[in-house]
Design a protein around this ligand. Structure first.
Ligand code: FES
Length: 117
């Protein structure tokens, strides 16, 4: 399956995150956290924090020393949006990331090509 429409770019302000549902080729629905960095770049990660049941789409988007991350609201682990790796405890496992493309005003995510680090 090719990349699928996940959101309108205008609905995702720079420095924010949101949760979206996208259907994979096998028919399963995946919850993703879409993150838009301050520079306008958009990233897609699994919505559920690797440490517990918390939505990363509800987290804050931070940029420090040129690294954009999303912070889990529950216990504060931050995840590098480019790799899905945690930048600090308590999370120790990465979350899966997905390729994102922008077509005009549409954010497209290829949920059938996950990137696991
Ligand atoms: S649930 Fe996310 S850091 Fe604990």
């Amino acid at each position: 399956m090719t990349a699928q429409s996940a959101a309108f770019l205008d609905d995702l302000a720079p420095g924010s995150a949101m949760t979206v549902s996208v259907t994979a080729a096998d028919g399963s629905d995946l919850l993703l956290a879409l993150v838009r960095a301050q520079d306008g770049s958009v990233y897609a990660l699994d919505d559920e924090c690797s440490h517990g049941r918390a939505s990363l789409g509800d987290g804050d988007v931070l940029t420090e020393r040129g690294v954009c991350s999303v912070e889990c609201w529950k216990h504060g682990s931050r995840f590098d949006v480019t790799t899905g790796r945690p930048l600090g405890p308590p999370a120790s496992q990465p979350v899966t990331t997905y390729p994102v493309t922008i077509d005009g005003e549409i954010v497209l995510v290829d949920v059938d090509s996950p990137v696991r680090t």
